[in-house]
Design a protein around this ligand. Structure first.
Ligand code: IDP
Length: 141
């Protein structure tokens, strides 16, 4: 399987719960490397742009409000099949439906506050990595 990069965000609920390290341990234990990271408090414009694909959805306003409610931890993960691997680690969007042992099953409270974001395909991964890390150092492992 190819070495890929994917964009991961630890959302405001998980940052507030002080579980950044526990979530990083999930990535590292699964063989994913953190090759860039930064903490940020997103502006409304940034959150709206990042989630523009969902602009017409009924939950868009709440999603943007939630994503700007506190700081987030943003990282690029690299590894074999990193995009699907990270999605497996995250679990289903709705934590009530997420498999036991996944990040969302263990750390998320609701479909709105669901702990993590992860790119869902190579095309979105490339766009999302550039969105947050264009012009910044991304370190090859
Ligand atoms: P994903 O984060 O599992 O890839 P997406 O469908 O891309 O899920 O949705 C982006 C985010 O929008 C989700 O993580 C979740 O926070 C929120 N979201 C998705 N569907 C709903 C919904 O039906 N109600 C409320 N929030 C939702």
């Amino acid at each position: 399987m190819a070495i890929e990069r994917t964009l991961s965000i630890i959302k405001p609920d998980a940052v507030a719960k002080n579980v950044i390290g526990k979530i990083y341990d999930r990535f590292e234990s699964a063989g994913l490397k953190v090759i860039a990271s930064r903490m940020a408090h997103l502006s409304q414009a940034e959150a709206e742009q990042f989630y523009a694909v969902h602009a017409a959805r009924p939950f868009f306003k709440d999603l943007v409000s939630f994503m700007i409610s506190g700081p987030v931890m943003i990282q690029v993960l690299e590894g074999e099949g990193a995009i699907a691997k990270n999605r497996d680690l995250m679990g289903a969007t709705d934590p009530k439906k997420a498999d036991a042992g996944t990040i969302r099953a263990d750390f998320a409270d609701s479909i709105d506050a669901n702990a993590v974001h992860g790119s869902d395909a190579p095309e979105t991964a490339a766009v999302e990595v550039a969105f947050f890390f264009a012009g910044m150092n991304v370190f090859n492992s």
